[in-house]
Design a protein around this ligand. Structure first.
Ligand code: DX5
Ligand code: ZN
Length: 227
């Protein structure tokens, strides 16, 4: 794995040809598939479930990073593990028992992530940091692609980076929402190492690129190379 990981969100892909979109974005150099699950209850939108995860699993060895925006969380965790998810992340507000949900994800054989909305305090990390594989900082309110990056997320990333480094553990620090070529370097300097980008990647496809997304992935990597 490179120092920085690019995780295109398939929320912004063309769902009429999802398999091709996943294959292209990885061939163009993406590292991870970010898989946004929304339930029209915890967030005001409805997307995709385990069946779609199962359908794309055979297309790649790349990690599938399932971002659960659902409430309740626990019932659906084993279904995603069976469907081939590698990482499962959830929001603390959506679980009645955060430590139990983390345990359930790990017992299912997946890496566990905790997600922080823009106004969610970091104290949820205080007693579970040593059990987490990934911390995801939302830089938009969850529910939709194509929103504007909330700058306060940079302060949050710096604080979480400090906590991760102090722990000495290998925990990925992911950022999600409004990340694009113009700001990815600044976001990396704040401490993120894993970058979700939905509209910035899938909105920038070029028919002239061999894998449709080569130019935009290269542009993101070029920015990261300067950090
Ligand atoms: C928002 C989702 C994001 C979304 C990001 O609720 O969690 O993953 O797809 O989209 P962009 O990169 O367009 O902000
Ligand atoms: Zn997401």
């Amino acid at each position: 794995m490179p120092k920085f990981r690019i995780a295109p969100s398939i929320l912004s892909a063309n769902f009429a040809k999802l398999g091709e979109e996943v294959t292209s974005v990885l061939a163009a150099g993406a590292d991870i598939i970010h898989f946004d699950v929304m339930d029209n209850h915890y967030v005001p939108n409805l997307t995709i479930g385990p069946l779609v995860c199962e359908a794309i699993r055979p297309l790649t060895q790349a990690p599938i990073d399932v971002h659960l925006m659902v409430k309740p969380v626990d019932r659906i965790v084993p279904d995603f593990a069976k469907a081939g998810a590698n990482i499962i992340s959830f929001h603390p507000e959506a679980s009645e028992h955060i430590d139990r949900t983390i345990g359930l994800i790990k017992e299912s054989g997946c890496k566990a992530g905790l997600v922080f909305n823009p106004a969610t305090p970091l104290h949820y990390l205080d007693h579970v940091l040593d059990k987490l594989d990934l911390i995801l900082i939302m830089s938009v309110n969850p529910g939709f692609g194509g929103q504007k990056f909330i700058a306060e997320a940079l302060n949050k990333l710096r604080e979480v980076r400090r906590r991760i480094d102090a722990s000495g553990r290998d925990i990925w620090l992911e950022v999600d929402g409004g990340v694009k070529v113009d700001n990815i370097a600044e976001v990396a300097r704040a401490g993120a190492d894993t970058f979700v980008a939905g509209s910035a990647v899938y909105g920038a496809g070029k028919a002239s690129d061999p894998n449709r997304y080569d130019s935009v992935i290269s542009a993101l990597r070029a920015e990261l190379a300067e950090v």
